[in-house]
Design a protein around this ligand. Structure first.
Ligand code: C5J
Length: 223
């Protein structure tokens, strides 16, 4: 696909330049999406996020077949936790927190089973994985350099959670000059009202942070 195409979106159509666009899949990690993970241990209903797996899986396989760029992110920390602010570790006053041992290994620690991406969306060897210590995918990572080197100017953003890591990344991307399209069926929140509010905030004010659409609209173009 060399030419641009218009993707139906809100607040208006998104002009999609396939060769200058990356699919950025945020934090589809076992710790957030599986029973026994960090999200579930905090009392969240992982089903709210698991509904995004199938649409992401379909989109990812079509995107790969079109030969377009995919980048995955994972939120997590070094095993010595030196990149984990104490404020982040203790906030919430939980009995078990980041770095402690849970049912899927040490919570949100790189190299542990819970930190890894769910098998349904597992990256291929040629796909970049951005390991990020914060909520935003640009903070303390080489994502911007990678995107610049590959001449990427647009991001289609999916993953979890809508109002936390997806939103922070969309905001960071905006300030760095990227156009962002967020797919409502491929992003999820543990909290339905945050899902709605998070998507509304992106497309408000004529697209203050970007565009919102549905994976079906992208698939219609990628065929
Ligand atoms: C959170 C994320 N919610 N990936 N992380 O802590 O949104």
């Amino acid at each position: 696909m060399d030419n641009s195409a218009m993707i139906e979106a809100e607040p208006y159509s998104f002009e999609f330049f396939p060769k200058q666009c990356a699919l950025l899949i945020i934090d589809m990690q076992r710790d957030f999406l599986e029973d026994g993970g960090f999200g579930a241990m905090l009392g969240n209903d992982v089903a709210q996020l698991r509904r995004t797996i199938e649409p992401n899986r379909t989109l990812l396989s079509t995107w790969r077949a079109a030969g377009l760029l995919v980048i995955h992110t994972r939120e997590g920390h070094r095993s010595d936790l030196r990149d984990l602010p104490l404020t982040k570790k203790i906030r919430g006053q939980n009995r078990i927190c980041i770095g402690d041992v849970g049912p899927m290994g040490r919570i949100l620690v790189r190299g542990e089973p819970g930190h890894d991406i769910i098998p349904e969306l597992y990256p291929l060897p040629n796909e970049s994985i951005i390991d990020k210590p914060g909520k935003g995918a640009f903070y303390a990572t080489d994502l911007h350099v990678i995107l610049q080197n590959l001449n990427i100017k647009q991001l289609i953003i999916t993953g979890v959670t809508t109002e936390v890591c997806v939103h922070t990344t969309v905001r960071e991307a905006n300030d760095r000059g990227y156009d962002c399209l967020v797919l409502e069926d491929c992003v999820g929140s543990y909290c339905p009202e945050f899902q709605t509010a998070g998507l509304n905030m992106i497309k408000a004010q004529k697209g203050i942070f970007g565009w919102v659409s549905h994976s079906a609209k992208v698939l219609a173009i990628l065929g």
